[in-house]
Design a protein around this ligand. Structure first.
Ligand SMILES: C[S@@+](CC[C@H](N)C(=O)[O-])C[C@H]1O[C@@H](n2cnc3c(N)ncnc32)[C@H](O)[C@@H]1O
Length: 287
């Protein structure tokens, strides 16, 4: 490709080390071309001659960390969607919430806390908010709060803005669309935005799951941690999952992605549904 920048072995090693130790994301030798193409536009935009100059800037001179965040945005994969793996949202409504109410009065005696960890541009978090709001309508006194976190500032800004192309919500029944989405006045742009009443139920913040301390207030009753762990090395996966377990209430539920069955992990998690686990720290028969 004309003007396309290549990573030298030394630069690839430096970048790989930063991604693996800083973000915990595994980078195999085969990912070199992917990194080259994802960072190409940053180098072009900032007018650097090559990767050496760019990495030198990011690691030595980017004092406020702004470009580092842009680099992380370009490196991370933010693919997501509304009601992705929709059977899990049904499981939440039909099994998880009734069990938490029956066993602990969660959501009634105190608000239920839900966390979308690795929430990308917010589609998963708003799907959770819609599900919980629908449940609350049918169960008097049910209250909840939701936290959405990601390492990518660009993705989080999208989540906070909450504006999406109309075709992204085609999977949602039209009565639910009307209830929770506003259509843009200019109909040619075919955009929708989450209504403020639903947006107000969610707090978004930057959180690196590779950090030793997550600094979140209180424990979570439900955690959606889907399609994130696949990017991490096995040793990191167990470490991160242990920290997520520590953020869960006893009997709390952890939702994983469809390709993320937790096998032989020696974690205090117990199978509760399809890629859904329950945290019981004292019980045997762990996954
Ligand atoms: C493929 S998306 C999954 C989005 C959503 N959970 C879903 O299933 O639709 C993976 C997300 O994990 C985030 N991520 C990657 N590494 C992370 C880290 N170290 N800490 C927090 N988030 C991270 C990425 O920025 C990205 O938004």
């Amino acid at each position: 490709m004309n003007g396309f920048h290549r990573l030298s072995d030394r630069d690839f090693k430096e970048l790989k080390e930063f991604i693996e130790t800083g973000l915990g994301i595994r980078i195999s030798a085969g990912k070199k071309t992917m990194l080259e193409s994802r960072l190409h536009s940053r180098i072009k935009k900032l007018n650097f001659k090559n990767f050496r100059e760019y990495l030198n800037f990011v690691f030595e001179f980017d004092t406020d960390g702004r470009e580092r965040f842009k680099m992380i945005d370009a490196i991370t994969t933010n693919k997501t969607g509304f009601f992705r793996e929709s059977y899990q949202f049904r499981f939440l409504l039909e099994t998880v919430l009734p069990a938490l109410i029956a066993e602990y009065g969660t959501g009634i005696k105190r608000p239920l806390n839900a966390w979308s960890a690795g929430c990308s541009t917010g589609e998963e978090t708003y799907s959770l908010a819609i599900s919980l709001s629908e449940f609350a309508e049918k169960h008097r006194g049910f209250k909840f709060s939701i936290l959405g976190t990601d390492i990518s500032v660009g993705a989080l800004n999208g989540a906070i803005r909450a504006v999406y192309p109309e075709e992204r919500i085609s999977i949602i029944p039209s009565n639910i669309q009307k209830k929770y989405f506003l259509k843009s006045k200019n109909r040619t742009d075919r955009l929708v935005r989450i209504k403020p009443s639903l947006r107000s139920k969610i707090f978004f913040k930057v959180l690196n799951l590779n950090d030793q301390n997550y600094n979140i207030r209180g424990k979570m009753d439900v955690v959606f941690f889907r399609n994130v762990i696949i990017y991490f090395r096995r040793s990191k996966q167990t470490e991160i999952l242990s920290r997520i377990c520590n953020s869960l209430t006893d009997g709390g539920y952890l939702f994983m992605g469809h390709a993320e069955a937790l096998i032989n992990m020696k974690l205090p998690l117990h199978r509760a549904g399809l890629n859904v686990y329950r945290y019981f720290p004292a019980k045997r028969n762990r996954v």
